[in-house]
Design a protein around this ligand. Structure first.
Ligand code: PLP
Length: 384
């Protein structure tokens, strides 16, 4: 069913509409839990502190972190990836990355590269998945400090073999950093079973929360220099941040409304994830099959029927992606995203760096009828 007259197929950018539970939680965080957590001792502040504590446990347990203190709230996935990369890597270090990473990885690495970090890329196959044999050879070819890989692509939907990469990385003395922006809330994520040393996700995408919060799982025993220093509500006499997690990594007032909304989103997912995943798989299958029936269209990434995150990007032999996206919005009220999706590396690997692509991304609340309408609209736009 369209919401507010919009068929929203841009869940990879941010999920919308948010569940009513998320609205309610944000409202509570602005009302009876509206104090500053871990600062004052009055009831509004204590409620806020309780809210953050419970949210941390809920999100940690949903993502498989054994100890909630290993789950850090940060301003977003981009911030978390910057924190991990800049904390782990310095001049003379070697990092191996997939050749399909988002700019949230590529741009901090470009800065680090200028400061003497060696960045080496692992190739992907035609479906956009890391080639594990090549990966192992590249990781073993030098003293690799870290391996960085996304869990799922925001361009092709390809799901990376992160558990295998974790084994290879660990065998060669490296840590694995995973960008889970497009996986959390769409795939079952268990950070410990995956073997991730650092797992970073957005709160506002598949996890259904508001914008303004992301999460970093930091494996026990792995410490990074914190990216930001400031008040932590405790040990205030010391000029240094406290050593204990999560305080060390969470300087300043946390975004309590966003954290509350994220916990509510995760609450919905904890109840519904299997059903959501099955639903998204059906929608993706229908999108892939339907779009491939439109003459002149090619789908990027995994072959029809193969597993993918709920992202389907297409190109047409003659109609430009921006044109398709514009017509879908203006004539049919269908929201999709065209262009390079902040991931030129992924587009370069897919051969679409010059053109970009049109991305359809589905999530909770999208119906089969929405997807049928989208396919029909694409057919109309492309046959004109
Ligand atoms: N990594 C991937 C694969 C993404 O798709 C995105 C956002 O689109 C990010 C990182 C950055 O997420 P955020 O903008 O929430 O910080």
């Amino acid at each position: 069913m369209p919401h507010d007259g919009i068929i929203y197929l841009d869940h990879a950018a941010t999920s919308w509409p948010k569940p009513p539970e998320v609205f309610a939680a944000v409202k509570r965080a602005l009302g009876p839990a509206g104090g500053n957590p871990h600062r004052s001792a009055h009831r509004l502040a204590l409620e806020a502190a309780r809210l953050v504590l419970e949210a941390r446990s809920a999100v940690a347990s949903f993502l498989g972190a054994g100890d909630a203190r290993d789950l850090l709230f940060v301003p977003g996935c981009t911030f978390g990836l910057n924190m991990a990369l800049k904390g782990l890597l310095g001049a003379g270090d070697r990092v191996v990355i997939s050749s399909v990473e988002h700019n949230a990885v590529m741009r901090p690495l470009a800065v680090l590269e200028a400061h003497g970090v060696e960045v080496v890329r692992m190739p992907v196959d035609g479906a956009g998945r890391v080639d594990l044999d090549a990966a192992e050879a590249i990781i073993a070819a030098g003293k690799t400090k870290a391996v960085v890989c996304q869990h799922a692509s925001n361009v092709t939907g390809a799901i990376q073999p992160v558990a295998d990469l974790a084994d290879i990385a660990h065998e060669h003395g490296a840590v694995l950093v995973v960008d889970g922006a497009q996986a959390a809330g769409h795939l079952r994520v268990d950070v410990r079973a995956l073997g991730a040393d650092v797992y970073v996700a957005s709160g506002h995408k598949g996890l259904l929360g508001p914008q303004g919060v992301g999460v970093v799982y930091l494996a026990p025993g792995l410490e990074l220099p914190e990216l930001v220093q400031g008040g932590s509500g405790g040990e205030s006499v010391s000029p240094a941040m406290p050593d204990a997690r999560p305080d060390r990594y969470e300087a300043g007032t946390p975004p309590v409304p966003a954290i509350a909304g994220l916990a509510a989103g995760v609450g919905v997912l904890a109840r519904e994830l299997d059903a959501i995943m099955a639903h998204e798989r059906r929608l993706v299958q229908r999108l892939v099959d339907g779009l491939l029936e439109v003459p002149g269209i090619a789908v990027l990434g995994p072959a029809p029927g193969e597993e993918r995150a709920p992202v389907v990007s297409i190109i047409h032999e003659s109609v430009e992606p921006d044109r398709i996206a514009y017509e879908l919005d203006s004539r049919f009220g269908i929201a999709v995203r065209s262009g390079l999706h902040c991931a030129p590396a992924a587009h370069a690997s897919a051969g679409t760096l010059e053109t970009g692509a049109v991305r359809f991304s589905v999530g909770r609340g999208v119906t089969e009828d929405d997807v049928e309408r989208a396919v029909e609209a694409v057919r109309e736009v492309c046959q004109a």
